[in-house]
Design a protein around this ligand. Structure first.
Ligand SMILES: Nc1ncnc2c1ncn2[C@@H]1O[C@H](COP(=O)(O)OP(=O)(O)OP(=O)(O)O)[C@@H](O)[C@H]1O
Ligand SMILES: CC(=O)N[C@H]1[C@@H]2OC[C@@H](O2)[C@@H](O)[C@@H]1O[C@H](C)C(=O)O
Length: 381
């Protein structure tokens, strides 16, 4: 599925051995663009490099958010422009890497219907940056019957091996949406049956952010301060858990706004009770998700912004049957894991290795997604 475009100046991706990739991720919570360098041969992680964060301005955030849930039209075009410009800005300093892994920004995701849409043109980025860019990671998987998400699991498998873990472990990413990867690092190939099971757990920070913005004009519930003053409304929580999504067998994935009606469940509540209830919903979705794991993991390693929320972390510790801790416990950077994941996946694509398999997205067979765009005037050597 990989397409290499235009080829004149030397690049290093055709050489054998490890490559240095800068992965760039713009997640569903729309805070900004994370960039992180990773050195890998596409299988093992050799080392992690520098990272940086380029936040979106309020205006940029509004423009991108106006494109959420849309597949085409002026809002999508405007969001695309903002995403491309922000990535050119964020990636400009990364001149010493072999390639870029560019996720883009998901605006809409309905894998069994219209498909999945990540905006930002990787070919244009390749020309601007003068580097090969791997992008459009999700469509090939969707075309082959997969969910197109989550895609970080192959990287999680490599992380578990890098950290020297031997027993089953779960990676829990709490961004706008939550996703969980159950990994058995004792099975050395991520695409081998039984090595991975992954899926989205439910909404995570997105509804909390939306509530904080609408009611208090704040981007998120810093430190869980608002939730810590409230009581969980158990009736609303029960209605939430009655959603058929939770009983559905994985693999399964979500769009950012799939649970929008949840906000209606807390409309009548005080700010603090509403925040506490939405936070409890995130934790309860994860507790439901744990029922789908093949075996109880030794521990749940939390990554993404949600691990900075002590109220959420406490709720998870109380409701899960195994220890819950931030991923920093195994020496990884929970703020950069997704950016590192797309750097890692970019190298897998460049090396012709698969990026998803039946256990991670439900795709029919292991598949390598992603398009490779070479800068115009570039040549592979
Ligand atoms: N100190 C904090 N206290 C509470 N919540 C926080 C804190 N820091 C970050 N968050 C939450 O984490 C969110 C950002 O998480 P993250 O960067 O992992 O999301 P993302 O990568 O955009 O999302 P996704 O993984 O769904 O694509 C913020 O929008 C906020 O809700
Ligand atoms: C369609 C899409 O962009 N999905 C994201 C989103 O954000 C979290 C969750 O939903 C996850 O499924 C995925 O991102 C991570 C990085 C992934 O693909 O592994």
């Amino acid at each position: 599925m990989n397409k290499a475009q235009g080829a004149r100046t030397p690049t290093r991706i055709a050489k054998t051995g490890p490559l240095r990739a800068a992965g760039a991720m713009s997640g569903t919570s729309l805070d900004g663009v994370d960039v992180a360098v990773i050195e890998t041969d596409g299988r093992d992680i050799m080392s992690f490099g520098t990272s940086s964060y380029r936040s979106y301005s309020a205006e940029e955030r509004r423009t991108i958010a106006a494109g959420f849930g849309k597949w085409s039209g002026p809002e999508v075009a405007a969001a695309t422009q903002v995403v491309e410009a922000a990535h050119i800005d964020a990636l400009g300093a990364y001149t010493d890497v072999d390639l870029i892994g560019f996720h883009g920004q998901t605006l809409a995701h309905a894998p069994r219907m219209q498909g999945t849409l990540q905006v930002g043109d990787g070919a244009a980025l390749a020309d601007h940056l003068g580097l090969p860019v791997v992008w459009d990671f999700r469509s090939a998987d969707v075309h082959l019957g997969g969910e197109g998400a989550p895609l970080a699991p192959f990287f999680h498998h490599a992380c578990a091996r890098y950290a020297g873990l031997t027993g089953p472990v779960a990676f829990l990413n709490l961004g706008g949406v939550g996703n969980l990867t159950w990994v058995d690092p004792a099975i050395p190939l991520p695409e081998a049956e039984g090595a991975l099971l992954a899926f989205d757990t439910g909404p995570a920070n997105a509804p909390i952010n939306d509530l904080m913005q609408a009611r208090l004009g704040l981007p998120f519930d810093e430190g869980g301060k608002t939730a810590s003053r409230g009581q969980v409304e158990t009736g609303a929580l029960e209605l939430f858990l009655a959603e058929p999504y939770f009983a559905r067998m994985p693999p399964k994935s979500l769009d950012r706004n799939d649970f929008d009606e949840m906000v209606a469940l807390v409309t009548e509540l005080s700010d603090a009770d509403a925040a506490a209830t939405l936070t409890a919903m995130c934790a309860a979705g994860v507790a439901e998700a744990m029922q789908h794991c093949p075996r109880l993991p030794d521990r749940v390693l939390v990554t993404g912004g949600g691990r900075h929320n002590p109220v959420l972390m406490k709720m998870l510790s109380v409701s899960l049957d195994c220890p819950v801790m931030p991923i920093e416990e195994i020496g990884l950077d929970g703020d950069m894991l997704e950016a590192q994941a797309f750097g890692y996946l970019a190298v897998r694509v460049a090396r012709g290795l698969p990026t998803s398999c039946p256990g991670t997205t439900g795709v029919r067979a292991a598949v390598g997604g992603g398009t490779v765009s070479m800068p115009t005037e570039a040549i592979s050597v």
